[in-house]
Design a protein around this ligand. Structure first.
Ligand SMILES: [Fe+2]
Length: 388
């Protein structure tokens, strides 16, 4: 009976410009008046962070701040946050920020009730019981963490990345306010947007994709390809920002239902070995992996090409599938994603070790539409190193 489709998810989404103003009432509707607020330090000192804190302060809540999140977070960040949350007896965890912040907050929520350390739960279904309710407020349009059941951590001592994956990590509420993404610098917009595109394409082509996930993932591909350039180059335009926030949410839903694939598996070692941010690693590798993947499912890649506007002539699925790869490559190039591992300072001799590590990221590898061997992973890294 392992071919059953089970769909779970968060309970509530509030979307729209100004949605952030509902944050206090959303906390209170959960019965929470003592609330932990998780942010990274830079955001907490920014205009956007200040605005959110003003809204929270005006909401008659007792706020316990935890503004210590750093990019590609270590499990210790969740452990420390959970200790503060337990001490303060908070009733809800609110996360405001990018994927790292959201992931840390989700883990704090389950550590609060389950005890132990974040590392104890890295794996699949190791969390025993529900956590505190969490409210997610993404300030980037990329990770989709506001709708997923995963918290990803970087273990620098072992040069590895791993996730806590459990239905108990599904957030309670997502508050999506495009206004919070307006100040995002162009390159961060580009990298996080490429992460969302990776979620959309990988979940669409995943071997776990199904009747519910496929249209959602493909819609995300369509919106991202029509709006990411605009969000990067006209970052003050609310329509582009709104569309990208919707798309990253949809891509996150697709990912939560169908998983990701080899791009994420190959991107993990770049983060774990060289601290390359997740969005850059995915954005760089995406075209190279798709070039390898498209013969594995021509029909689906043809649909991706159509969703990306490649419909100039009637063409065969094969031609269209190849055009999908080209369209992704063009998009990455247009918005300034680095095109080679060499540019990022990744040494060529690390490729075999990275390929070994990527092959251990088993669940995404198993979802990939074309089986991948260690030799194939080495070849893909090799092409990504040189740029062809
Ligand atoms: Fe991702």
């Amino acid at each position: 009976m392992n071919n059953l489709i089970t769909i779970e998810g968060l309970k509530k989404t509030v979307f729209g410009v100004g949605a952030i103003c509902s944050i206090s009432s959303e906390c209170r509707s959960l019965g929470a008046s003592r609330v932990m607020v998780v942010m990274d330090r830079a955001l907490s000192r920014s205009e956007t962070g200040g605005r959110v804190q003003d809204v929270l302060q005006g909401g008659d809540l007792e706020i316990i701040p935890y503004f210590e999140v750093t990019p590609e977070p270590s499990p210790a960040l969740a452990d420390n946050g959970a200790a503060i949350a337990v001490e303060a007896k908070v009733q809800c965890v609110v996360a405001i920020g990018g994927g790292s912040t959201l992931d840390v907050a989700k883990a704090i929520g389950v550590l609060f009730t389950n005890g132990g350390k974040a590392l104890d739960y890295v794996g699949l279904n190791l969390v025993k019981k529900p956590g505190l309710p969490t409210i997610m407020v993404p300030t980037t349009a990329g990770t989709g963490s506001e709708v997923t059941f995963t918290s990803v951590f970087t273990m620098r001592e072992t040069k590895s990345k791993g996730g806590i994956n459990s239905p108990f990590l599904y957030p309670h509420t997502a508050i999506l306010d495009p206004g919070l993404t307006i100040g995002l610098p162009p390159l961060v917009t580009a990298f996080t947007g490429m992460d969302a595109l990776t979620h959309a394409i990988e979940s669409f082509t995943s071997l776990q994709a199904h009747f519910m996930s496929e249209p959602i993932s493909l819609k995300a591909v369509e919106i991202i390809s029509a709006n990411l350039r605009g969000a990067v180059f006209k970052g003050g335009d609310m329509a582009f920002r709104r569309n990208m926030l919707q798309a990253s949410y949809l891509a996150g839903l697709g990912l939560a239902m169908a998983g990701v694939g080899a791009v994420h598996a190959l991107a993990y070692p770049l983060g774990a070995f060289f601290d390359i941010p997740h969005g850059i690693a995915n954005g760089l590798l995406l075209p190279y992996v798709l070039e390898y993947n498209y013969p594995g499912d021509m029909a689906k890649f043809a649909r991706i090409a159509r969703a990306m506007g490649e419909t100039r002539n009637e063409r065969s699925d094969r031609d269209l599938a190849a055009l999908a790869v080209k369209a992704v490559r063009n998009l990455a190039q247009d918005i300034g994603v680095p095109l080679t591992l060499a540019e990022l300072g990744v040494p060529e001799e690390s490729i075999p070790e990275m390929a070994e590590a990527a092959m251990k990221v088993t669940r995404p590898m198993e979802n990939n539409p074309r089986p991948m061997s260690t030799a194939a992973a080495i070849e893909i890294y090799g092409k990504a190193f040189k740029g062809r």
